[in-house]
Design a protein around this ligand. Sequence first.
Ligand code: SF4
Length: 491
Amino acid sequence: MTSILSGDETVLRYSATGPPELSEVAADAGVTVAAVGPSGAPAIEPLVSVTQGGQTTFHTRCSADELRELTAGLDDGLPTDLADAVVDHDPSATSLPVPDLAGLDAGTRRVTGGWGWRRPTDPDDHEAAGGFVTATAEETERAGESLRGRGWGDWCQDEPLADTWETARHTDGEATVVVNAHGTTADALLLASSPFDVLEGACATARTVDADRVVVYVSEADEDAAASVREAADAYPDLPVAADVVTGPSVYRAAEPTMAIEAVEGNHRLEARLRPPGPAEVGIDGRPTVVHTARTLAQLAHTLRQDGPTTRLVTVTGDVADPVTVELTEGDSLASAVDATTVEGSLKAACVGGRFGGLTASLDVTADPASLIDAGLGTEGVVEVLSESRCVVEFVGRRAQFAADENCGRCVPCREGTTQLAELLRDLYDGRYDRDGIEELDRVMRTSSICTFGVDAGRPARTAMAAFESEFEAHADGRCPAGACTAEVTP
Ligand code: SF4
């Protein structure tokens, strides 16, 4: 099959994750049909588009009946009268011509350029878009000196990749590259919509560390992502290393890099490993192993392929009309990501950086990791919006209880600390606010827990006390300013 990204024929694209009837109607349209991956904006899917030359119509939440209606008139030209958006573009566009549709028109589209536009597992589309460039080990090494890991599932989270590569390269034994796509929306979307980018980054890393095996690790809840990357690995031209796809339990902690290794090895009880040594020295089956998230590896592939701004994927969730995943340059503010959707009510706070992110009242902070860390926030690439009706004390209490329930139990500071933290936050409802005690407990967890789970578990409470102290004092006085805490909902 040749690429759909060139040529003059009419191309009908539809979301591959839509209902089966959609593909049946599309197949009868009498034009070139392409099943594409998720766009990053689930609220407008199934998304259908029709392209003729340099113009594309977009049709959101398209039902089989609507598709039947628009395909019936294709002989008369593009169905612009039925479209939610129409875009003029380069006839051989390799990236989504961005329509004026909520969720798609925010940020930039570089790593996400093929989402909703290219067939995820078709090598011709990837090739036409400039993919499968084979970078030398030296070129990759240079890129890894400045590129930082993305996500808490990356062993190089917020750190340059090259140091870890060097350790793996100089450790005896054949190395392994783990693609950790477990647990975050953006990583699963990358596998579902642009798996070749992720595999390309993994292959470049494998060349650099002399690895003979790539393992893609996915939550068992992300079936579409696992199926897509399996198909892409089979279709990858001259795949330089063996590639396996392994699924693991969907619990949050399973994304931690050493627990990911435990899961890949088939261990049922997931516990973080003591470090040092880190995985680069002793990883899967004792072999040197580098663990990167799908986000890191897709970014690496794009960096090797072309110059351009370093970007971050940010998923906006919480009290918003529709969750969305957008791509920001590191100079863009997080507020611009939230602009991609609609806050339900008015924004009171946001938890920035995932389950154990930082609470803030202001999203006027740029997406680069240094700025996020300076602001006390997390770099996980998730902004969870809390509207005026939400109580931050209740929110952080539930996060502390989640940490107490979900930690792996391996180390005392996290196992006991998260339980004590939940109790100290519950004490607020009995009139006791021990700010010093909470801060001291957080400090101990942060400085002596084995893995990132325990290091970060106190961050929601710590940052909420700094930004919303009056709410903590009010609860100790028997009041919930948001009116959200009742006997039934106290943490
Ligand atoms: S920090 Fe928590 S999750 Fe990590 S090893 Fe310790 S108990 Fe387990």
